[in-house]
Design a protein around this ligand. Structure first.
Ligand code: SF4
Length: 294
């Protein structure tokens, strides 16, 4: 994660890095990111090739693109490991600069699944320059520059959306060619949403299932129906269970190779996103938690 004195210029209601947050400034979600001078970081670069993926998470501040480009060039001088950048909406020419420097995947986070919710938690109502339409444009530009399969967004469940809205968002992103990394809302002290609660686990499991089946091209919109805003599936249970039997649906999602351990969950708490392959028993429990086939 990039570092600056102070906080991010954006003001996302759930984020410890937000401009108006009073959280400990080394946090992102529930993880602490201690700051190191760059030479200390570079001294450890020999470990980079052992990772499946490297990800640079950037805050929003003037000229952050220069910091990110510097890091990308430095990393590329030692390894060709897949390299993701998670960043705010950029101009197409800056997206191209990242691509030319060796970034393989780009993430631009919507976080909220409807325009109204977006404005409320990270846009206009938060005094931030983020706008739904600008995020949409940036994702489209990113698709032009990086191509389908290399552009990701984030969807956070538990911000006040309905399950149906979350599922509609997944289909919209699928149609655009953008893959979705799922996050469970995590209340962090000092943020505007510090008193919030994590999402209902059954609902989270169903959204995970839909995300996974969509990613595998196993369902279409007509395969869904909704009961009181909760999603249900029409195709035969046996067929869909087969797609879920690997447990991948319930693991951390986003770019290939990312496991983001315990980002939203305490190791002893509700395991919204498993950071490693699930045991057969965990797969069965997770499918049951979805409540799709009582
Ligand atoms: S842009 Fe990212 S780092 Fe900045 S406040 Fe929003 S979520 Fe936090």
């Amino acid at each position: 994660m990039t570092y600056r004195e102070g906080r991010c210029d954006a003001n996302c209601a759930f984020c410890p890095q937000a401009r108006e947050s009073t959280s400990s400034s080394d946090r992102l979600s529930r993880i602490s990111w201690p700051d190191f001078a760059y030479p200390e970081v570079k001294a450890e670069y020999s470990v980079l090739p052992s990772f499946s993926r490297i990800c640079i998470q950037s805050l929003n501040y003037p000229n952050v693109i220069d910091d990110v480009l510097f890091l990308v060039q430095e990393i590329r001088s030692v390894t060709d490991t897949p390299l993701s950048v998670s960043i705010h909406p950029l101009t197409k020419s800056n997206l191209q600069k990242l691509r030319d420097a060796g970034v393989t995947n780009i993430g631009i986070a919507f976080d909220a699944c409807t325009q109204e919710l977006f404005d409320k938690v990270k846009g206009k109502s938060r005094g931030s320059s983020y706008r739904w339409g600008l995020h949409e444009k940036a994702l489209n530009d990113a698709l032009d520059v990086f191509g389908i399969g290399r552009v990701t967004t984030h969807l956070m469940i538990g911000l006040g959306e309905t399950e149906a809205e979350a599922v509609e968002f997944l289909f919209k992103m699928k149609e655009l060619g953008v893959s979705v990394g799922l996050f469970a809302f995590t209340a962090i002290r000092g943020t505007a949403l510090e008193k919030g609660e994590g999402p209902d686990l059954g609902s989270y499991r169903r959204v995970q299932v839909i995300r996974h089946l969509l990613h595998r091209d196993a369902i279409e919109w007509n395969d869904l129906h909704f009961i009181n805003e909760e999603v249900r599936l029409k195709p035969p249970e046996s067929e869909l269970r087969e797609y879920l039997s690997s447990g991948v649906a319930f693991q951390v999602s986003g770019c290939a190779g990312c496991n983001r351990p315990f980002y939203n969950e305490r190791p002893s708490g509700t395991m919204y996103n498993f950071p490693c392959p699930l045991s057969e028993e965990e797969v069965q429990i997770s499918i049951n938690e979805s409540g799709l086939w009582p």
